[in-house]
Write a protein that binds this ligand. Sequence first.
Ligand code: CAA
Length: 297
Amino acid sequence: MTDTTDQSRKGRVAVLGAGTMGAGIAQVAATAGFSVALFDVSKGQLDKARASIAQSLEKLASKAKIDAATKDRALSSIVTYDSVEDASRDASFVIEAAPERMELKRELFTAVDRAAPADALLASNTSSLSITEIASVVRDPSRVMGMHFFNPVPLMELLEVVRGVRTTDANVDRAVTFAKTLGKTAIVVRDFPGFATSRLGVVIGCEAIRMLEQGVASAEDIDRAMELGYRHPMGPLKLGDLVGLDVRLAILEHLHAELGEQFRPPALLRQMVRAGKLGKKSGEGFYKWTADGPQKP
Ligand code: CAA
């Protein structure tokens, strides 16, 4: 069981962006005993995040992964904000989990730089964008790093810590310790497009979409190939749906520009995103997503 300790000793975590990842990060920080400031420009998104956190905590409590007191304490320690400055003001850790657009991340970090305490660690949950470039907008880039979480955040063990060109060893160590406090295992990687995880993960996802385009097999059978033949917990198309096809497309576009042809986004992926088929979050991607999970479309 995960237990919590006194929140005033653990300090405050600000999470910027209340989408799937932001909600998950807020949940694990709150469960680990931090007080959490969750920012989003959309009140609707904040409401959605709170509902999904409540549902996830309920599920974990029903399976005795956390106790009822931890669940209640975690929920009540998350406060929502519509101002980046207010959310970041007293934070020891600020984790940005906004959409994958460099301009947006630069704007957020500029605002955080003005508001957060000088010794706070500033992290981005970006899946592939340059941490060094994000860090260039703040006065002290030594405290900026990537903290790349995985979906579903409450269940996934890895935290990929990305060291920017100017990130200091001491701040990387603080991030690794923070990961442990959240119950995660950290790996430390150099700032390079796609880091360790996304670069490898999108190759399989991208090839699976090309195979579907080429009529090699049905979506279910392509997924079963990797689930049963390679023991992946989830096939690559289902996983793309879980992560969000818009997120996958943004990563591929960036890696295509940075690393070349092998990352060119498949036409089918572009079409699906244009059609609003974003996967689990929109209810349809390669599968239809219902309360019972992914169904054949
Ligand atoms: N909170 C609480 N419980 C959750 C949950 C959440 N957020 N998400 C799923 N669960 C529950 C499920 O509801 C299920 O409960 P029941 O047993 O009551 O049905 C339970 O966890 C286990 O789920 P499954 O039965 O589906 O079993 P599973 O063993 O397959 O576990 C999984 C689910 C952990 C998601 C597993 O399928 C898995 O590891 N999938 C791969 C995930 C992955 O690769 N993530 C990384 C994506 S890449 C990324 O995120 C980074 C990026 O940059 C884009």
